[in-house]
Design a binder for this molecule. Structure first.
Ligand code: 7RM
Length: 635
């Protein structure tokens, strides 16, 4: 994409208005100007949210990898595309140029083809954060196979469920993975999963930790020897605009995970255009998103968005705490990171460590700080702003979802004045609205309700794999002709949006609708508190009362709990009001979280309701072990 990006707020409003008035003209111009097409579209957009059916750039033909790789060869062949930082800082890092990446993707594409993978086949990628993960994704896209990446920390059961749901033909994995000072037996997990997966014909195994593993003859193949014999060039499969590019599973509030399907052209246009404007990437910048590629954030903003822009994107294999909590800052200093994109849960974990470590590093290269995944509470926002950005780098609190494919509500750095805990303004082309429970739109500012989107944007997921009815029921049935996000939001006096959390997290206390985020924010302001989570539990008079789970910073762990409870309720009274005071406060060592760092309030709610007989599947949690402790210590 060209290097131009939006420079001031007036320009944002101007472009925004155009994108809403004439969405088709607007996106057509972006698509024309910035991408490589084999054939242009006949029709920019057709849509019907009642079916629902959405098509962007129909009639167009392209291959997304030609946009990520081929077209950069002439001008950026030697530029680093992927900068790989291994788990162990003593192992050498890898700088993969655009040309090398192009060659590795072609080799992998040949290997997949030789295994019988064809256009439209599903390939499961269960690979840790090593370069082969990005290479595998791009190789699938190159030959038109649909990739389904499963986070390489999920259990064998979670893996087999996902493989079976989309009948994957082939699995790419590694012998094992490194995670801090531990190793994980990935191949063992795959073997166990495959006992239940008949669709899988072959498994390609990457050697990473050189562990002893068993290889099943005729099914399992070491990848490297196959790659060595494969040509470094190759033609990309020509894809239609609406051909599926990938499936990515996201957990629903109930039942089995939803395989969100993203298609080719719209996803490419939107992720590339948002990347460029939200991070304001310039040619020699070094961009780092700390997410795992197993999540949508990694798909869109480690792989596709950055590579479409010819950016240098960092892939970090490790964890923020290894060898110590200075690791992130060490990487920022070492590579002179310019854009740093992470999650509130990571910021809180790092803030818990104080500032002694971080002060030892030179972070002056940073220009833009991003946050994604959860509402960022006020305390974490300030810590991030003061200690990481030194009050010079704007914080881009970006709201979006697996389903939206790309960033939807966000400040633009150096353009949109930021406001702590606010995702601020819709991105170009995005038409959010706030609805009340009766299906009425709340117009004007200073309103609070449920967040919907009125009009399609190019990277909206098109369906749930194998279950279009569930897609319709989940996203298009709550409000007529609207995409329902499942999140609560408010719009302030200047039109800024604040995401207040999942609507299923709204608790009605004595008739007052209370979002969990503002209360948790208030609690987290207490100097002894590290993190908190609020849920409701039944109460005779109020209908629901509030139950708070609170983790303390090390410095706070020795504090008298009776006094702490009083102080916490005092802070809530000041920040939110006495209505939001907690009836019960349980101090606990950890909160149950998903692997992408979202607090699982569903489990905490059950514990607060004293209904722990069926907690559902907790095996995909980051820290399932904390659940029993919380039950044992429950009030
Ligand atoms: C990108 C991602 C989606 C859910 C979403 C929200 C929450 C994400 C923010 C946020 C407040 C944010 N995809 N969420 N970003 N809440 N502010 N900036 O996380 O599919 O895994 O999750 O995450 O509830 O609906 S996701």
């Amino acid at each position: 994409m060209s290097n131009y990006h939006i420079k001031h707020l007036e320009e944002y409003y101007q472009i925004y208005r155009k994108s809403i008035r004439e969405p088709e003209n607007f996106w057509e111009e972006i698509a024309e100007e910035h991408f490589l097409w084999r054939k242009k579209w006949n029709n920019v957009l057709s849509w019907d949210f009642s079916k629902p059916e959405i098509k962007w750039f129909e009639g167009a033909e392209l291959n997304i990898t030609e946009n990520c790789l081929d077209r950069h060869l002439a001008t950026r062949g030697d530029k680093t595309a992927i900068l790989f930082e291994p788990n162990n800082p003593d192992e050498t890092s890898e700088h993969i140029s655009y040309r090398q990446l192009y060659e590795r993707v072609n080799q992998m594409a040949h290997v997949l083809k030789n295994q019988g993978v064809k256009k439209g086949d599903r390939v499961c990628i269960y690979v840790p954060m090593i370069p082969e993960l990005a290479v595998s994704i791009l190789a699938c896209a190159r030959i038109g196979a649909i990739h389904s990446v499963v986070f390489a920390g999920f259990s064998s059961k979670a893996l087999s469920t996902r493989i079976n749901d989309s009948d994957c033909k082939l699995v790419i994995t590694a012998d094992g993975s490194y995670r801090g000072d531990k190793t994980i037996d990935l191949k063992g997990i795959v073997d166990e999963a495959l006992n239940d997966c008949d669709s899988v014909k072959s498994v390609l195994v990457i050697k990473r930790i050189h562990s002893e593993i068993t290889m099943k003859a005729g099914r399992d193949f070491w990848l490297q020897p196959l790659l060595d014999n494969a040509p470094k060039d190759g033609k990309a499969e020509i894809m239609k605009a609406e051909d599926p590019l990938f499936i990515l599973y996201t957990s629903g509030s109930t039942g089995k995970p939803k395989g969100m399907v993203h298609t080719t052209a719209g996803y490419m246009v939107y992720t590339a255009y948002t990347f460029k404007n939200v991070f304001q990437y310039k040619e020699n910048d070094v961009y780092w998103c700390t997410a795992d590629i197993g999540w949508i954030t990694g798909h869109s903003y480690i792989v596709y968005g950055p590579l479409c822009n010819g950016a240098t994107t960092v892939m970090f294999e490790g964890v923020p705490s290894y060898p110590d909590f200075g690791r992130f800052w060490d990487i920022v200093q070492k590579y002179k990171i310019t854009q740093f994109y992470t999650a509130p849960t990571a910021i809180r974990a790092l803030a818990k460590q104080g500032t002694e470590l971080i002060e030892q590093y030179d972070l002056s290269s940073l220009k833009v700080l991003g946050s994604v995944g959860e509402p960022i509470n006020e305390e974490a926002w300030h810590w991030y702003n003061d200690n990481v950005g030194k009050r010079k780098s704007p914080i881009i609190d970006s709201w979006w979802q697996t389903e939206t494919g790309g960033i939807m509500i966000t400040p633009l750095p150096y353009v949109t004045p930021t406001k702590p805990t606010y995702a601020t303004l819709p991105f170009i082309g995005v038409q959010p609205c706030i609805m009340d429970e009766n299906g009425e739109e709340l117009k004007g500012n200073q309103v609070d309700g449920r967040l919907c989107i009125k009009f399609p944007w190019p990277s909206i997921a098109r369906t749930i794999w194998g279950n279009h009815q569930r897609y319709k029921d989940t996203y298009f049935s709550a409000y007529k002709n609207m995409y329902f996000t499942g999140d609560g939001a408010l719009r302030d006096e200047v039109g800024y949006y604040r995401i207040t959390g999942r609507v299923d997290d709204v608790i009605i206390v004595s008739g007052h609708n209370l979002g969990t985020a503002p209360i948790e924010d208030a609690i987290n302001e207490h100097p002894a508190v590290s993190e908190s989570a609020i849920v409701g539990f039944p109460h005779d008079i109020k209908g629901n009362a509030l139950y708070g789970y609170v983790t303390l910073k090390e410095s706070g762990e020795s504090r008298d709990h009776t006094n702490l409870r009083k102080e916490i309720n005092q802070i809530i009274t000041e920040h939110v009001g006495p209505i939001a005071k907690l009836d019960k406060i349980q101090f606990t060592a950890g909160l149950p979280k998903t692997r992408s760092g979202k607090i699982m309030r569903r489990i905490l709610r059950k514990i607060a309701e004293k209904d722990t007989s069926n907690l559902g599947d907790i095996s995909t949690l980051l820290n399932p072990e904390c659940v029993q402790d919380i039950i044992d210590e429950a009030l």
